[in-house]
Design a protein around this ligand. Structure first.
Ligand code: APR
Length: 249
């Protein structure tokens, strides 16, 4: 672990941002999106499942897929990486978690005020009136490989209930987006953990931090090019645990 980074983390930092992607939930058994063979987009066509058009065309296919994913998340637990991030918040003067993930594993690990840029699997709403769907979702049988499932209906105008996630082609909700940008531009240390950095505008977050003079640390088992202002921890998200141990004993 680079000593300069340890010193930065343990002595100098005033505000840490932890920016996460699907890789941070991989060790909880939640597939990432683009990992070869295992990634969801290797097995399913995003255009067929993660767009408003796809939902309108075949709501039962889409809803079944998102219910499959929501139940997988309910069946799993936060991993050491989620726990390490919650632990880091106890040591850093200020820490903000900004995530692209639509699961609630950061919250279940104890992280507070998590900023979800891409929405959540746990906040369904009506596709027509936008009203949040508070009623518990029916626990209809769904095979292990998923399947078609008719979405519930909205009590107000009988519209279909859609997943509360941001689909391709949709704008990110304003509040979390501006909060994420504000955090990135006011931090002095940003960890970018388990993301391919391919999807914009979310992938701008580490760049905004760099632009504001912050130190950026990438944690990923797949190596990629970085600038001199950045660090790379070449390993799984759980490597963060070791860094925290070294920095704070
Ligand atoms: N620990 C850390 N990183 C990991 C691990 C692990 N155990 N396993 C895989 N990774 C890395 C991969 O190397 C890859 O760089 O996690 C990254 C996952 O990348 P993607 O699958 O592209 O996921 P993400 O970056 O979160 O995707 C962004 O795309 O599909 C949309 O809305 C969806 O939020 C998602 C966005």
């Amino acid at each position: 672990m680079p000593t300069k980074l340890i010193a930065k983390l343990s002595q100098e930092t005033k505000h840490v941002v932890v920016f996460t992607g699907a890789g941070v939930s991989a060790e909880s058994g939640i597939p990432t999106f683009r990992d070869a063979l295992t990634g969801l987009w290797e097995r399913f066509e995003p255009a067929q499942l993660a767009t408003a058009e796809a939902f309108r065309e075949d709501p039962n296919l889409c809803w079944g897929w998102y219910e499959w994913r929501r139940r997988k998340v309910l069946q799993t637990q936060p991993n050491e990486a989620h726990l390490a991030i919650a632990e880091l918040a106890k040591h850093a003067p200020k820490l903000t978690v900004v995530t692209q993930n639509v699961d609630d594993l950061h919250e279940r690990a104890g992280s507070k005020g998590v900023i979800h840029l891409h929405g959540s699997l746990h906040s369904p709403r009506c596709i027509d009136c936008g009203n949040a769907h508070e009623a518990p979702l029916p626990s209809v049988e769904l095979s292990e490989d998923g399947g078609r499932l008719e979405p519930p209906r909205c009590n107000a105008f009988n519209g279909y209930i859609r997943p509360g996630v941001v689909w391709f082609g949709e704008v990110l909700p304003e509040a979390p987006w501006s909060a994420g940008i504000a955090a990135a531009e006011s931090c002095d240390l940003l960890f970018s953990i388990g993301t391919s950095g391919l999807v914009y505008p979310a992938a701008e977050i580490p760049l905004r931090a760099l632009g504001a003079g912050a130190t950026v640390v990438h944690v990923n088992p797949v190596r990629f090019e970085i600038s001199s202002q950045e660090y790379f921890i070449h390993g799984p998200a759980t490597a963060l645990q070791m860094l925290i141990k070294v920095a704070f004993g």
